[in-house]
Ligand binder design. Structure first.
Ligand code: NAD
Ligand code: TYD
Length: 355
């Protein structure tokens, strides 16, 4: 397949590009605006591959049909987005612009392109929208899981913008017949993760001997998936997913935030002990909660397991060990990010008080 990946310079998009290039895609066309979260360093391993090309493009600009035509695209995998909940609290507008308006412009470009294809290629064309489980909102601590039929109830400006984009994608299928497929995934972690999200931020703040901020009492639960497991799932969804359907993706790895931070501390204590000999746990600092903080996310992934034969390869323990090792070995990637783009200060609650 000749695949256009939007947001391919981001965390998951770059994993998707690396996976597709290594696994026989005829052509991978990465289109990315290179926001603060975009990083061509994440594509260093494939930058010179004959089946890979990068174009510096904003999906909001509307000219993407030209790239689709020039590259004879068979499928679009749409990952470009503003993605950080805390930033969406401080400044929601960029989330509406890229996630809602940008998706709308991309859908229009894809529709015009798709309508111009010959019948065979029109039948096989796919628009794959990559989304999040956060569109389903807040689960109670005690019970419940998200299925593909769970009603949407987003809590944050980020998840509201992703929910809106999911609805537009579905509408372009129902109304105009665009062959779409959607996937909603739980929290990812792994190499090349921008260090504003909990896991990479905690690793790098620990290495810098800075406080490890845990929102509220640390009891909120997220369901974690190693990014390469997600990339494999996405490759299956775009090539074998049923048109008009959505697929939940998750690894059945529910952990409290405090347990995640403590697991990172425990691994770092072994792999990179502190000079003073005490545990990194000493750096854990409970701070004012995130506004609108969803208590718990949990994915029921049985549909993708059953229909597409996908299962994750990593457990949380193996995935976290790989991730920590990667950050320990790859400061060429994260040092410039910390120095020039984001040094790790609290976001999303400017009035936050350290408890
Ligand atoms: P990321 O923030 O690491 O990367 C986003 C990428 O999109 C960046 O390279 C950025 O430059 C690019 N981008 C932003 N605005 C753009 C625009 N207007 N035009 C073109 N490119 C633009 O995000 P991520 O964590 O890799 O997430 C990718 C997708 O997966 C998002 O749609 C997100 O909602 C979804 N998702 C993420 C997670 C997660 O845990 N990270 C989980 C489920 C779903
Ligand atoms: P995050 O990585 O921002 O992902 P999301 O909000 O999309 O789930 O946060 C994961 C969880 O960790 C979430 O419950 C908020 C919490 N958190 C902290 O406790 N401290 C932090 O410094 C950050 C960034 C997040």
């Amino acid at each position: 397949m000749r695949i256009m990946v939007t947001g391919g310079a981001g965390f998951i998009g770059s994993a998707v590009c690396r996976h597709l290039v290594a696994n026989g895609a005829e052509r991978v066309v990465n289109v990315d605006k290179l926001t603060y979260a975009g990083n061509l360093g994440s594509l260093r391993d494939i930058a010179d591959s004959p089946n890979y090309v990068f174009h510096h493009v904003d999906i909001c600009d509307g000219g993407l049909i030209n790239f689709m035509q020039a590259e004879r695209i068979d499928a679009v995998m749409h990952l470009a987005a503003e993605t950080h909940v805390d930033r969406s609290i401080d400044g929601p507008e960029a989330f509406v612009e890229t996630n809602v308006v940008g998706t709308f412009r991309l859908l229009n470009a894809a529709l015009e392109y798709w309508r111009g294809l010959p019948p065979g290629r029109r039948r096989s064309f796919r628009f794959h929208h990559i989304s999040t489980d956060e569109v389903f909102g807040d689960l109670p601590f005690e019970s419940g899981v998200f299925t593909e039929d769970t009603p949407y109830a987003p809590s944050s400006p980020y998840s509201a913008s992703k929910a809106a984009s999911d609805h537009f994608v579905r509408a372009w299928h129902e109304t105009y017949g665009l062959p779409v497929v959607l996937s909603n995934c739980s929290n990812n972690y792994g190499p090349y993760h921008f260090p504003e999200k909990l896991i990479p931020l905690t690793i790098l703040n620990a290495l810098a001997e800075k406080p490890l901020l845990v929102y509220g009492n640390g009891a909120n639960i997220r369901d974690w998936l190693y990014v390469e497991d997600h990339a494999r799932a996405l490759a299956l969804v775009v090539s074998k997913g049923r048109v008009g359907e959505s697929y939940n993706i998750g690894g059945r790895v529910e952990r409290t935030n405090l347990a995640v931070v403590e697991a990172i501390c425990a691994q770092l204590d072994v792999r990179r002990p502190r000079a003073k000999g005490t545990s990194f746990r000493e750096l854990i600092t409970f701070v004012t909660d995130r506004p609108g903080h969803d208590r718990r996310y949990a994915i029921d992934a049985s549909k993708i397991e059953r229909e597409l034969g996908w299962t994750p390869r990593e457990t949380f323990e193996t995935g976290l060990a790989k991730t920590i090792d990667w950050y320990l070995e790859n400061d060429w990637w994260w040092k410039p990010v910390r120095e020039q783009r984001y040094a790790g200060e609290r976001l999303g609650n400017s009035k936050a008080i350290v408890a």
